[in-house]
Write a protein that binds this ligand. Sequence first.
Ligand SMILES: [Zn+2]
Length: 88
Amino acid sequence: MKMPDPTAALKEVMREMAGKGTRKPGKPGKPRARAARAEPQKCGCGCGKMTKGGKFLPGHDSKLHSRLLKAAKEGDNAAKAELRKHGW
Ligand SMILES: [Zn+2]
């Protein structure tokens, strides 16, 4: 003999409530996780301006490069180290 479960309807409602809407407050979502790599930073050439996520503002890397090359030719060891640091 089969009796209908009196709590079945209640369970159904609770399942529905759990599925819809109410989220657990302990878990903050990370909506911008993918944008983490593109964080603005100070331009590597030393101009003090902020980039949009790269190491340099457009064109500033070559400006710094030629400046360092010139300084390195004149015997500037700091410039030589800087060139090595950037892999130039
Ligand atoms: Zn710059």
